[in-house]
Every structure is written in C-alpha cells, then in structure tokens.
Design a binder for this molecule. Structure first.
Ligand code: NDP
Length: 264
C-alpha cells in the first residue's frame, strides 16, 4: 500500500464521492494529498487524513484559482506529481431539466461544459507547467462511460465527457512530444454509487427498484463502488503505469463489452 510514497497529488471535487475515495486511497498509498473542491466538506476529510493532507478551495472553472492553487502546492510541497481531474456535474443537480439535443438551452450546455471540459482543460494546462520542474507526472481525467456512447437525455454531459476522452490523448501526445515523462489517461466509469445519483433518484418511490432498473443492462447487475474507481486511479497515478499514456480505461461492470441483442 505504498505505491505513491512522497508523491504530491492534487484531486478536484474531492469533498465527496469518487474524489474523496481517491484522496483516501492516495493517502493510504503514502502520497501527500491536496483535496480541492467548491464544497468545504473537504476540510474535515483532510483533517481526518492527517499531516500529509491539505484542503484548498478550487473552482475548476476559474483559471486564476488554478494558477494560485498550483503556486501554493509548489511553495509548500515543492513539486506536483499527480493531478486527478475528477470534479464534474451532470446538469441535473437542481432537479430534472431538458438536456436532449432538441430542447437543451445554450446556457445549460455551457454550464455543464464549463465544469466538465473547461475545468479539465485548465487543470491539464497548469499541471503540465507545474510538472515541467521534474519532467515527471501523471494526469488522470475522470471521463465517463457516457463519453463513449450517446446519451440522448444528457447530451451536454455526454459531449463534455467525450471531449475529455479526446483531450486526454492530446495531452498525452503533447507531453511525449515535449520530451516530458508526464502521462495522461482517462477513466470511464459507468454507474458508481455516489451522491451524484441523488438528484436522479430523488423522484423514485422505491429507490432500490430505481437503482436496479438503472443497472438492469449491466452484465454484473450492480453499481460500482468508489473504492473500485480509486484502485484504478491509484494504479494509473503510480510508477507501475510508467508505460501507460493516452489510454482509456472502462470501469463499467461489462456494460460496453457487447450487446444483449447479439446473435445466439
Ligand atoms: P459527486 O457529485 O458525488 O462529487 C463531485 C464533487 O465535485 C462535489 O463535491 C462537487 O461539489 C464538486 N464540484 C462540482 N462543481 C465543481 C467545480 N466547479 N469545481 C470544483 N468542484 C466541483 O460526483 P461523483 O463522485 O459521482 O463523480 C466524480 C466524477 O466522476 C465526475 O466527473 C463524474 O462525472 C464522474 N462520473 C461519475 C459516475 C457515477 O456514476 N458516480 C459515472 C461516470 C463518471 P458540490 O457538491 O458543492 O457540487
């Protein structure tokens, strides 16, 4: 459990859900962990994790905040080894809304892309600059299964996550061209049980039945767990993945492996 000893890692959206689990796993693996979020619940998690964890508020849409945050990291810990661009929104946080290609508003389209795509672009941009000091690093971008297939009712989310997949490859190739040992990969979870689902399950009379319906076409017939995502991210962040860059990793209970409609 010490694959990340002395590495300095920053995670966005780390106050809950997948980001929190990644922060906990990184701390267990020996990393110095910067939890960041717009939600100050991250303060208590960092305190619980101890002396090697810090929390700072970071809205991933804000370029000046990124610059200031990485300056803080370099000043205090001297280096940046790992960035996990995890913060993301579905667009349904305030309840049901039209997010299909015909009825989504431009404002909603931009709002989702601002967090999910602009935030990842800014994180990669400034992490590359910070990682030049050592020439080493690992960037893990949390995309989604929705970035690999169309989602008619959540078109902005799907579009933003597809762009994250492609941008991760551009970042990987750019860093390699630059002679940097900075790797960049994307992770594509399907349904992982976190608070992100609360808004989507809110109207359900029977929450368990609604959850079962969401995963009825998933071969493994269950939601994934945040710890299962954190385990994959820890591998990609570690030196064990030194030859892995520009790749995408599905974590979806077999959902994308094929179709129930296949012959036979
Ligand atoms: P959660 O909603 O549980 O956590 C996301 C965190 O990001 C929250 O703390 C949220 O704060 C924070 N956040 C929102 N906007 C910003 C912002 N502008 N800047 C910084 N932080 C922000 O989500 P999950 O843990 O479920 O998801 C994490 C990532 O995984 C997301 O990118 C998501 O799209 C992706 N993913 C999740 C799946 C799932 O089924 N859970 C499946 C596929 C991908 P606040 O609570 O204040 O809004």
């Amino acid at each position: 459990m010490h694959r990340l000893t002395d590495k300095v890692a920053l995670i966005t959206g780390a106050a809950r859900g997948i980001g929190e689990a990644v922060a906990r796993r990184f701390a267990a693996e020996g990393a110095i962990v910067w939890l960041t979020d717009i939600d100050d619940a991250g303060v208590a998690i960092a305190a619980e994790l101890g002396a090697a964890a810090r929390f700072t508020r970071l809205d991933v849409r804000d370029e000046e905040a990124w610059v200031a945050t990485f300056a803080q990291v370099l000043e205090r810990d001297g280096r940046l080894d790992i960035l996990v661009n995890n913060a993301g929104i579905t667009g349904f946080e305030d309840g049901p809304a039209a997010h299909d290609p015909e009825h989504a508003t431009l404002a909603e389209w931009h709002r989702v892309h601002a967090v999910n795509l602009d935030g990842v672009f800014l994180g990669c941009k400034h992490a590359i600059r910070a990682m030049r000091a050592t020439g080493d690093g690992s960037i893990v971008n949390i995309s989604s299964r929705s970035g690999l297939v169309g989602i008619p009712g959540a078109a902005a989310y799907a579009s933003s996550k597809a762009a994250v997949r492609n941008h991760s490859k551009s970042v990987a190739l750019y860093c390699a061209q630059q002679g940097l040992r900075v790797r960049c990969n994307s992770v594509h979870p399907a349904a992982i049980l976190t608070p992100i689902w609360d808004a989507m399950l809110a109207g359900a009379e029977d929450r368990e039945a609604a959850m079962a319906a969401f995963v009825k076409d998933t071969p493994l017939k269950r939601f994934g767990t945040v710890d299962e995502v954190a385990a994959l991210v820890a591998y990609l962040a570690s030196d064990e993945a030194a030859y892995v860059t520009g790749s995408e990793f599905n974590l979806d209970g077999g959902l994308l492996a094929g179709s129930a409609a296949s012959p036979g």
